[in-house]
Ligand binder design. Structure first.
Ligand code: CTP
Length: 319
């Protein structure tokens, strides 16, 4: 059971015990940035992937060629036979920027915000807003959550499946209207990984076509960039595809001199003021816990990086 109310108890569940130990470790450890370790991580990423943030994070008129076929990385061989590849037409090319708006940019202190329910009651909002660059995942809502999650957003990922989950696939005017209204929360770069699944490419391009009605800059992720980072982690033993959060941590390493993580807690319970408490998967809803990632391995990886001073994994409340 995850419903503990006492400060000391007997663990009859090894998962709960492990989570308790993680939380205690994070609380007791005094974090100190280690720029050398972050630099090592950055060098390994650069040396072992054939992509660079400057050139390949975003689709541009220089890293895609006219008539190029664009395979989708989540599609199977069978589905690829069924659906023809998307081809980069002249019209499509003309919607792409000449070069990445992030080219040559470097930031001092960055935050990557995961969507965990552990952010609730964290009061970390102002700490997050004080960073020089803030990454967020999957159209994370801001309105109503500013005290805990902050509002500053410089880079937001927007998985095209969200268009179906929240905006009915943009099939009618009212869906389109609610999508545009939702997007007005942000004034940032919004990065759409359109080339994950062939069936979502057109809806994803449609979502970007409303760029003149929103304040954000809407861009498309280059599929090779995600795949290359995925392969990097695969070679290091990650069994499933990296989560958006881990992808952004890897990206942040190439753009930032110090990395702070908030909202990374893929567990159904947490320690709050010394007591164990139930935690929602997301800070903005109460949907059940589901994950198609190796969440546990990813968390242990972030914990290792925290102990090395590569990233600061913030847990609990900000004072
Ligand atoms: N995350 C976490 N703990 C949670 C929820 C999310 O550490 N309880 C991190 C994960 O790295 C996740 C990111 O925050 O990728 C964004 O959360 P979410 O939008 O829930 O991502 P997923 O639904 O897991 O989807 P994906 O990673 O495939 O985009």
């Amino acid at each position: 059971s995850s419903n503990f109310t006492k400060q000391i108890w007997v663990f009859n569940n090894s998962d709960a015990e492990r989570i308790y130990l993680y939380a205690n470790l994070l609380q007791k450890l005094h974090w100190k940035a280690n720029p050398q370790h972050l630099d090592n991580f950055r060098r390994e990423l650069n040396a072992e992937t054939n992509v660079s943030t400057d050139r390949d994070l975003i689709l541009t008129q220089t890293n895609v060629k006219l008539d190029q076929q664009m395979p989708c990385y989540f599609d199977t061989k069978k589905s690829m036979l069924k659906y023809p590849h998307f081809v980069a037409t002249k019209d499509f090319m003309s919607t792409l920027p000449k070069e990445s708006p992030l080219k040559g940019k470097r930031y001092e202190k960055c935050a990557v915000i995961g969507n965990s329910g552990s952010l609730k009651l964290s009061t970390c909002g102002s700490q997050i807003d004080g960073m020089d660059f803030v990454f967020r995942c999957n159209g994370a809502p801001l309105e109503g959550f500013v005290t805990d999650a902050g509002k500053r957003t410089d880079f937001l990922t927007f998985n095209p499946s969200i268009l179906y989950k929240r905006f009915g696939g943009l099939v009618n005017e009212s869906m389109i209207e609610s999508y545009i209204t939702f997007m007005k929360q942000y004034d940032s770069m919004v990065w759409y990984p359109c080339f994950g699944s062939r069936q979502l490419v057109e809806p994803c391009i449609k979502a970007i076509s409303y760029h003149d009605q929103v304040d954000s800059r809407l861009v498309i992720g280059h599929p090779s960039h995600y795949v290359s980072i995925w392969e990097f982690w695969k070679r290091r033993g990650l069994r499933k595809k990296p989560s958006t959060g881990l992808y952004l941590v890897s990206l942040a390493a190439t753009l930032c001199n110090e990395i702070h993580l908030y909202g990374f807690w893929p567990f159904p319970i947490q320690l709050h003021e010394g007591k164990v408490q139930e935690t929602a998967y997301h800070y903005f809803n109460s949907l059940p816990f589901t994950s198609h990632h190796s969440s546990d391995s990813e968390f242990r990886l972030l914990l290792q990086m925290h102990m090395l001073g590569t990233v600061n994994l913030h847990m609990g409340t900000c004072t």
